[in-house]
Design a protein around this ligand. Sequence first.
Ligand code: C5P
Length: 398
Amino acid sequence: MQDLASKRIVLGLTGGIACYKSAELLRRMQDQGATVDVVMTDAARQFITPVTMQALSGRPVYAEAWDARVPNNMAHIELTRGAAAVLVAPASADFLAKLAHGMADDLLSTLCLARACPLLVAPAMNREMWANPAVQRNVAQLRADGVAVLGPGTGSQACGETGDGRMLEPHELLEDLVAFFQPKVLAGRRVLLTAGPTAEPIDPVRVLSNRSSGKMGYALARAAREAGAEVTLVSGPTALPAPRGVAVLPVGTAHQMRDAVMANVRDADLFIAVAAVADWRARNASTQKLKKTADSGPPVLEFEANPDILAEVAALPDGPWCVGFAAETENLDAYAEAKRRRKRLPLLVGNLAQAAMEADATELVLYDDAGRHALPAMAKLDAARRLIAEIADRMERA
Ligand code: C5P
């Protein structure tokens, strides 16, 4: 599903070199189904032309307060009525100051003052400007007024300096914008998750692992953060980028995963174990690389059981609300429910491993005290959002 489907968003550009990124941002918003109306200040038009934004958006670009294309010359009113949000990106120090003081001397500032929808701003400026107490004062005021401040990021700046104040990258702004619209069903909750496979050494260069991609666990971490939670993700080796705003703790073995979970579990309200933890590890792993020699045959591995992280967390007195996953290749209902009872979980999520592992879509079945509840097949991020809603609902009732 497109994350901004049927939403009209007003994208405001103010004066800053980061305007060149706003063209890309507009495209990414459209990819997610948004209709975008662009409003530019005079200063923004020094950096990028209305022609560029008009060609990309496929809609008129607005710059003047007295625009005859809008009924009654009321662009400052008409543009935000029915809009899902106004996003000002880049938001210059000057524009933030205007917003903080309720000034309205051009179309964009007037429209922000007259809006009837949420306002998000993506500051973009030199690091000294960003650190200036006047700017910080204005930003604090805007936050207090309910304006969402996205970023800024940190790194090298167009002026040649390095520090805080860069506008977030278009994909980061898109992720934050999408998150803004998600229901905050886990606001104030702390969520701990495991994701991905574990890798158990055979020798210093070889490991035993599995086909888990980590996609479902990462999608759930993102969905939990979108729902307003503070999220820590203990991750086995994956190729996935860290979801925005999520603290990722990378681990290799099941033992390392267990230690990272136990070190963080005391603070958690909710624990979701998505990782495909290796059930066994080699007891006789070699400290040196195993060599092929003519006379010795292949190595013989002996195994011992790994700790069951989820069962250990679920058994903690005053522990978090626990959710387990079960990927099975057959007998899903019987195995999943047996697992839920053995580990004493309020909720276990099952899926067929053949369909889910490495794939972008999944079909989940929920098992709880009330029985079995199948969800339709959907993309993992949509399934993750749905699951977070189901979990929040059950936590609320618990
Ligand atoms: O025991 P089994 O692997 O079938 O159960 C799967 C669930 O238990 C998953 O939620 C998985 O993350 C968790 N698990 C665990 N530690 C293990 C094995 C599984 O946390 N050693």
